[in-house]
Design a protein around this ligand. Structure first.
Ligand code: FAD
Ligand code: NAG
Ligand code: NAG
Ligand code: NAG
Length: 534
């Protein structure tokens, strides 16, 4: 059983942080001045510096902080705030921000799209500053060579739109929410509705640029195989500041098909889900059928199958008549469209938005939420599903989203990238609970409920370790409690996110950042000079 982080643990963390930060500055103003001075001394354009450093007294500090804070849980008056926010305009600013933060001895949090489920790109219990990659939004698409260079601060919507501007038969396999940032998404794996045909985003990364702890800019060749491996799924924040990724585009057909079919328990949803489980991970890899399970009015369940087929409606209807008869898919339920329009459909931008909405970083409604994840490796029985529905109806608000794997995911070896959940996984479960009411009471209630659901699922999910998806950040599964260098803590969450790939990540981390400057609540621990341990 997973232990929720207790208040005691939080206190321990606070104490450790306090004792860790010997060089923590005595006053906020002096930090501002010191940092500004440091940047000015290092940079080749000192007059730009005042425009990129926000202290807590700057009029726009709050709006800059909130601009990409995507979870209302971490925008409370009681949420710890950064001492400074830095919004670099160029690579040189990033290099110097790293060097100055290091020399001052303050924690640096890196933020690209701000979608981290636990807000760890913009919250810390230690004194910290935010390096916000907001200005790094360039996406250059080279259709001739079928590649794109994508800066870390770009959003997925920008990526999709820029590809669409150049070609109607190219796309990129990544997440379905257009406001998600490249910096976190690609460094942590990245999956979307083409996962079964094309695998993860990181499977298509062919180069990268990163600023390391010494302020050097490294590309693939300069960083070497190990670091290049690590930042394709192991998370960027343990290793440095990702400036950009170079990716290979994938072909998409001129016409794709989407559909959604809903059934309640009274309409035999349980049989449907059982059959979905037999079909979705094994069918034609051009077909991705997400399944959303939602309790309705504390009375029944609704199962929604949402699908993308990389082909025409006739073909998918014929395929599913044969393989998935309980779905009862009709051609009238299918919508044929361009791939880029399917991006809008999946994003649920059904408010009359045009494609240009994909460029809008603020097209997002912030609410309170908590998420968790699991992997299903053995089919769940109908009796099992019935128990699960009963629990979900009782809790009332927790939603489960099943994302089928298989296809391309079965062909990529588990250690090709740090993301280990490949062959042997039928589908991933995302747990989700969202709420609108603020306050500690609501937080406790809903977080408590999602944890109950997670505990209830124990018999049905992967074991030893109970795996989790790194990009579905969940601090419940383990967190630094014994200091920022604790291997003992790191192996707890690290083995769940990365399974057998964790040890190699530790090795890379220990080599690239032995002093562990780039750390956070769930970063890869460095063994420092103690490398003999490996
Ligand atoms: C609404 C929503 C929908 C989502 N949908 C999907 C989905 O379909 N598929 C999927 O795989 N995931 C999905 N996610 C999860 C998402 O992939 C992760 O939250 C991802 O890390 C977000 O990246 P970001 O840049 O927006 O986040 P941030 O909060 O900015 O960063 C996340 C982590 O990455 C680090 N980081 C960010 N930028 C850099 C950088 N330049 N260099 C080094 N480290 C960096 C941060 O420090 C932090 O640790 C979704 C999340 C949300 C909120
Ligand atoms: C923040 O405020 C200081 C002091 O008024 C000012 O010098 C600086 O330019 C401001 N920074 C930004 C980014 O506006
Ligand atoms: C983005 O591209 C423009 C035009 O090529 C360039 O001037 C700018 O410096 C780039 N921005 C960054 C942050 O790389
Ligand atoms: C549900 O399944 C039962 C038993 O197989 C069947 O008799 C009934 O018609 C089904 N109901 C619906 C709405 O499909």
């Amino acid at each position: 059983m997973e232990k929720p982080i207790s208040i005691l643990a939080t206190l321990i963390v606070l104490l450790l942080y306090a004792s860790d930060c010997l060089a923590a500055p005595s006053s906020r103003n002096s930090l501002f001045a010191t940092f500004l001075n440091c940047l000015k001394t290092h940079t080749n354009q000192p007059n730009q510096v005042p425009n990129i450093v926000y202290s807590q007294t700057n009029a726009s500090y709050d709006s800059v902080l909130k601009a990409s804070a995507r979870n209302a849980r971490f925008s409370n008056p009681s949420t710890p705030k950064p001492l400074l926010i830095i919004t670099p305009l160029n690579e040189n600013h990033v290099q110097n921000s790293v060097l100055c933060a290091k020399s001052i001895g303050v924690q640096l949090k890196i933020r690209s799209g701000g979608h981290d489920f636990e807000g760890i790109s913009y919250v810390s219990q230690a004194p910290f500053i935010i390096l916000d990659m907001f200005h790094f939004q360039n996406v250059s698409v080279d259709v001739q060579n079928e590649i794109a260079v994508i800066e870390a601060g770009a959003t997925l919507g920008q990526v999709y739109y820029r590809i669409y501007e150049k070609s109607s038969v190219h796309g990129f396999p990544a997440g379905v929410c257009p406001t998600v940032g490249v910096g976190g998404h690609l460094s942590g794996g990245g999956y979307g509705n083409m996962i079964r045909k094309h695998g993860l985003s990181v499977d298509h990364v062919i180069d990268a640029k990163i600023v390391d702890v010494n302020g050097r800019i490294l590309d693939r060749e300069a960083m070497g195989d190990d670091l290049f491996w690590a930042i394709r799924g192991g998370g960027g924040a343990s290793f440095g500041v990702i400036l950009s990724y170079t990716v290979r585009l994938v072909p998409v057909p001129e016409t794709v098909t989407v559909f959604q079919v809903d059934k309640t328990l009274e309409q035999n949803a349980t049989d449907l889900v059982f059959q979905w489980q037999q079909v979705a991970p094994h069918t034609d890899e051009r077909l991705f059928m997400r399944l959303v399970m939602q309790p309705v009015a504390k009375r029944t369940m609704r199962a929604s199958v949402m699908a993308l087929f990389l082909g025409g409606a006739d073909e998918v209807v014929t395929l599913l008549e044969k393989e998935f008869p309980l779905l009862g898919l009709k051609k009238e339920t299918c919508h044929e469209m361009r791939w880029i329009d399917s991006v809008l459909w999946w994003a649920n931008y059904n408010d009359g938005s045009t494609l240009k909405a994909l460029l809008d970083r603020s097209h997002y409604r912030v609410h309170y939420n908590k998420k968790k994840s699991d992997y299903i490796q053995t089919p769940i029985s109908k009796a099992g599903f019935n128990l699960i529905w009963k629990k979900m109806i009782e809790l009332g608000r927790v939603v489960l989203i099943f994302n089928p794997y298989g296809g391309r995911m079965n062909e990529v070896p588990y250690d090709a990238t740090p993301f280990p959940h490949r062959a042997g996984n039928l589908y991933k479960v995302q747990y989700s609970v969202t709420w609108e009411e603020g306050g500690d009471g609501a937080d406790k209630k809903f977080i408590g409920e999602i944890r109950m659901m997670y505990n209830y699922m124990t018999p049905f999910v992967s074991k030893n370790p109970r795996s989790a998806y790194f990009n579905y950040r969940d601090l419940d599964i383990g967190v630094k409690m014994h200091g920022k260098d604790s291997y003992q803590d790191g192996v707890v969450y690290g083995s769940k996110y990365f399974n057998r790939n964790f040890e190699r990540l530790v090795k890379v981390k220990s080599a690239i950042d032995p002093q562990n400057f780039f750390w956070n609540e769930q970063s890869i621990p460095s063994l420092g000079s103690n490398k003999l341990f490996l």
